[in-house]
Design a binder for this molecule. Structure first.
Ligand code: AKG
Ligand code: FE2
Length: 393
């Protein structure tokens, strides 16, 4: 069994050029949309089940049109974000963990606001060295660049397979496909990781430990922000043995980014996802019914609240819908680390909350929730709907 190490907290900065590229996406989509007319040639007849990697497909075909099974955009107007990305909250972890009670209290209050109003925020001063993040991103790119034959041993056999390489979203059950290749790895409570490229495993281990430390700090703050003891969520979810998974996403340039998506609107199943990207924008979140671009601050972590936090907070902190859109020039990468409860722990609202109110969701094991979500993953947040209780009576 592996244990989370303590964080070394250093003030860090980065040179990632997030903003300029992200802002260009909307205009790229508009430009591509304008050049495509109804007289456009037929999309190639490719059986999508034959595509085991978008990267390999684009490199071998040099395609200018994508197969119609990747046409997932139904409303082109909904495909463009609204322009209030600047208002996504920015939180400073060093204030939340401050020993000064006044500074801490203000930070908890800010955290409560960000969780209740947005469900997503950027986290700065989180203590993860920029050099580690860059190394992880570089090794991840090297992994995706390996020949397909070298990744065959990691073929996807379902959610509890420790290391899986594949493409799209839920390729087994979906009707349309998504322009993404992935490496998914379970990194806690048992640490797994590919041994190639050389050094990847070691870098990922260090990052995994540090992310667990950050997640723990945030869960303590979130517990307090709900009026609970700081350990409440950690205990009620058995976070000491909580499942942690890496999602290493690669989105090759897409010749028709206005027709396809990297990932459809979805919420993540865990308590919280901590995400970094390679400087190329494409993540959007739904806020007040509108899609908003996420342009992460240099060296920040994007924190995305997941379904299990909605359950634990008894509906107060809703998981946030998000999606990945594409561009036709740059390969985008993101590394999303999902931090969840222990798989065999039955998860419901924090017990203290139920002293005064009814449960909004049925308690089920996180393991079972993953299965539910896997089966219902056609639309939005349908997994939570399956376990929602009728609280009207
Ligand atoms: O690529 C992104 O920014 C989003 C990734 C994501 O939502 C996921 O892996 O669940
Ligand atoms: Fe996600």
């Amino acid at each position: 069994m592996l244990h989370a190490s303590h964080l070394s907290r250093s003030h860090v900065s980065t040179s990632y050029a997030f903003h300029t590229v992200a802002c260009g996406i909307e205009s790229q989509i508009m430009a591509s949309a304008a050049t495509v007319s109804s007289s456009e040639a037929e999309p190639p007849k490719v059986n999508a089940s034959e595509i085991s990697s978008i990267k390999a497909f684009t490199e071998s075909k040099g395609a200018t049109l994508i197969p119609s099974t990747y046409h997932s955009v139904t409303d082109p107007h909904d495909h463009v974000a609204h322009d209030f990305a600047a208002s996504i909250p920015v939180l400073d972890l060093s204030l939340l963990t401050s020993c000064d009670p006044q500074i801490h209290t203000i930070a908890v209050h800010e955290l409560a606001k960000a969780c209740a109003q947005w469900g997503v925020f950027m986290l700065i001063n989180h203590g993860i060295p920029e050099s580690l993040t860059e190394e992880l991103m570089n090794k991840s790119r090297e992994f995706h660049d390996l020949p397909l034959e070298e990744k065959k041993e990691f073929s996807d056999e379902g959610p509890f397979t420790p290391i899986r390489h594949g493409t799209s979203f839920y390729s087994e059950s979906e009707k349309v496909h998504y322009w993404r290749d992935y490496l998914k790895v379970i990194t806690f409570p048992q640490f797994n990781f590919p041994h190639k490229p050389q050094g990847y495993r070691e870098v990922a281990y260090e990052y995994s430990q540090k992310i667990r430390g950050v997640a723990r700090n945030l869960l303590e703050g979130i517990s307090e922000s709900l009026g609970l003891g700081s350990n409440s969520i950690i205990e009620s979810t058995d976070f000491e043995y909580g499942l942690q998974s890496f999602f290493v996403n690669l989105y090759p340039p897409c010749p028709q980014p206005h027709l396809a998506q990297g990932l459809p609107p979805h919420s993540d199943h865990g308590l919280m996802t901590l995400l970094i990207q390679n400087g190329i924008g494409g993540l959007q979140v739904k806020h007040d019914g509108k899609w908003v671009d996420v342009n992460p601050l240099p060296n920040s972590l994007v924190v995305i609240l997941g379904d299990q936090l909605e359950v634990v907070s008894n509906g107060r902190y809703e998981s946030v819908l998000h999606r990945a859109i594409l561009n036709n020039t740059d390969t985008r990468m993101s590394i999303a680390v999902v931090n969840g409860p222990a798989p065999d722990k039955e998860i419901g609202a924090a017990p203290e909350l139920l002293e005064k109110e009814k449960a909004v969701f049925k308690s089920i094991k996180y393991r079972d929730y993953l299965e539910v979500q896997q089966k219902t993953r056609y639309a939005d947040k349908s997994g939570l709907e399956v376990i929602r209780l009728n609280t009207q009576q």
